[in-house]
Design a protein around this ligand. Structure first.
Ligand SMILES: *[C@@H]1O[C@H](CO)[C@@H](O)[C@H](O)[C@H]1NC(C)=O
Ligand SMILES: *[C@@H]1O[C@H](CO)[C@@H](O)[C@H](O)[C@H]1NC(C)=O
Length: 203
C-alpha cells in the first residue's frame, strides 16, 4: 500500500506537537534575575486563584482556591543535597496537594498551615546538581513543587504572597526575609573551601 506523502507529513507534525507538549509540562521558565545568582535560586510563582464556595459577604472569611509553585534551582558550583525550604504562608492556608516535595511539619491532606508556614524537602528531586556536572541540565539542577490549596480573606488585588521564602540548608547566606517572589541564596565561604560568596543580595 502506498501511503500518500501528506499522511507522513501529518504524522511528523503530530509528533513535533506531542514533543512540544511534553516539554511544556515540565519546562521551568526562569526569570532574568537568575543570571545574577551564583548559589541557590528560589522562586515562588503564584499561578492563579479563584473564589470558592460558599460565597460570603464577609470578605475576611471568604475562601479562595489557589495554585502556586516553588522553584529551587542550583546556579552555583556545589551540589545541594536534600534541599529544604520554608514558605511563610500567612493567610491561614490549607494545603490540598503538594507535588514535588514532602511537607515536614504536616501529616495528611488537607493540611492546615495556620500562621506557621510550611517546611518542605525535595521529593523525589532531593539533590540539586550543578550546571557544571550536568552540562546545564535543568531537570537535574532544579526542583519544581506544585502547590494547590485554599487561602482565606485576601480581597481582589490584595497581596496573595507568603511573608517570605527561605532556603533552610546549612551554609548559606540568607538575604532578609522578603515578600518578593524571587530570591538568591549565596554559599557562605566554608572552611578551607575556595567557594567564593558574592555580595549578599536580594532580587
Ligand atoms: C468575618 O469573618 C472573620 C473571620 O472568620 C471573623 O473573625 C469576623 O468576626 C467576621 N465578621 C463579621 C462582621 O461577621
Ligand atoms: C502552629 O504552631 C503552634 C505553636 O507552635 C501550634 O500550637 C499549632 O498546633 C501549629 N499549627 C499547625 C497547624 O501546625
Amino acid at each position: 500500500m502506498r501511503v500518500p506523502w501528506q499522511s507522513w507529513l501529518l504524522l511528523f507534525l503530530y509528533q513535533i506537537h506531542q514533543a512540544n507538549g511534553q516539554d511544556d509540562a515540565n519546562a521551568i521558565t526562569l526569570p532574568k534575575e537568575v543570571e545574577a545568582c551564583n548559589g541557590i535560586f528560589l522562586q515562588y510563582p503564584f499561578d492563579s486563584r479563584q473564589k470558592e464556595y460558599p460565597y460570603l459577604k464577609n470578605a475576611t472569611a471568604q475562601s479562595w482556591a489557589f495554585k502556586s509553585e516553588l522553584i529551587v534551582l542550583n546556579t552555583g558550583t556545589t551540589e545541594l543535597k536534600s534541599w529544604q525550604a520554608f514558605i511563610g504562608f500567612q493567610h491561614d492556608e490549607i494545603l490540598v496537594s503538594v507535588d514535588g516535595a514532602t511537607v515536614l511539619n504536616g501529616d495528611s491532606f488537607p493540611m492546615k498551615v495556620e500562621k506557621n508556614g510550611t517546611h518542605l524537602t525535595g521529593y523525589p528531586q532531593a539533590d540539586l546538581k550543578t550546571a557544571i556536572d550536568t552540562a546545564g541540565d535543568l531537570t537535574q539542577m532544579s526542583a519544581k513543587v506544585k502547590i494547590k490549596g485554599t487561602m482565606f480573606g485576601v480581597k481582589l488585588g490584595g497581596n496573595v504572597m507568603p511573608t517570605n521564602i527561605k532556603l533552610e540548608n546549612e551554609g548559606f547566606k540568607c538575604p532578609q526575609a522578603t515578600a518578593k517572589a524571587s530570591i538568591c541564596f549565596f554559599f557562605r565561604r566554608a572552611f578551607g573551601s575556595t567557594m567564593e560568596s558574592s555580595i549578599q543580595s536580594e532580587i
